[in-house]
Ligand binder design. Structure first.
Ligand SMILES: [Zn+2]
Ligand SMILES: [Zn+2]
Length: 175
């Protein structure tokens, strides 16, 4: 969905967009939508600045950081982003620097704003940096890749506690 900038009035205009599972690819192979996503908000216009405020509801399937099992993360996130025409950003270099640091500013090109892009960015921003399938996830064995939540592997058993290894050395010396 796109918002046509020319059609916006000074007063705010409501907008809403729903995405089925395959309608909003998150452009990251480790995550995808796990439910329909809903975007709702209002757009207000002040000269060439368009402010979009609203909220996004979605759940996203990500991979557990330790074992890569799928984890469903429900998201309910608010956004408040002010769009400026891309020309306005490039002309005023100083303003651009300020705005690049600020996640609440974005640029639009041409005469419309891409709400799909907004939704995708806001979902990615809202996701926690680390996600575990459960607090005590054991992860994968770094040697053989076995899922240590469901089984133990030979490499794990062969790993010798360094204290015992030292003792074994001492015993060898006694002989
Ligand atoms: Zn896990
Ligand atoms: Zn192993």
């Amino acid at each position: 969905m796109r918002i046509e900038v020319d059609k916006l009035k000074e007063a705010s205009t409501m907008f809403a967009s729903d995405y089925a599972l395959d309608e909003l690819p998150l452009e990251d192979e480790l995550m995808r939508l796990a439910s329909e996503a809903k975007v709702e908000g209002r757009a207000s216009k002040k000269r060439e600045q368009i402010r979009l405020q609203g909220m996004i509801n979605a759940s996203v399937e990500v991979a557990c950081d330790r074992c890569a099992a799928p984890v469903i993360v429900p998201l309910n996130t608010n956004f408040d982003v002010t769009y400026l025409p891309v020309e306005a950003l490039t002309v005023d270099a100083e303003a651009t620097e300020l705005q690049e640091d600020d996640l609440n500013f974005a640029a639009y090109e041409g005469d419309s704003i891409d709400i799909d892009e907004l939704a995708r960015e806001q979902i990615l921003l809202a996701l926690p940096a680390r996600q575990l399938c459960r607090e005590d996830c054991q992860g994968l064995c770094p040697a053989c890749g076995a899922d240590l939540n469901t089984r133990t592997c030979q490499c794990e058993q062969q790993e010798i506690d360094p204290r015992w290894a030292a003792l074994a050395e001492v015993k060898k010396g006694d002989k």
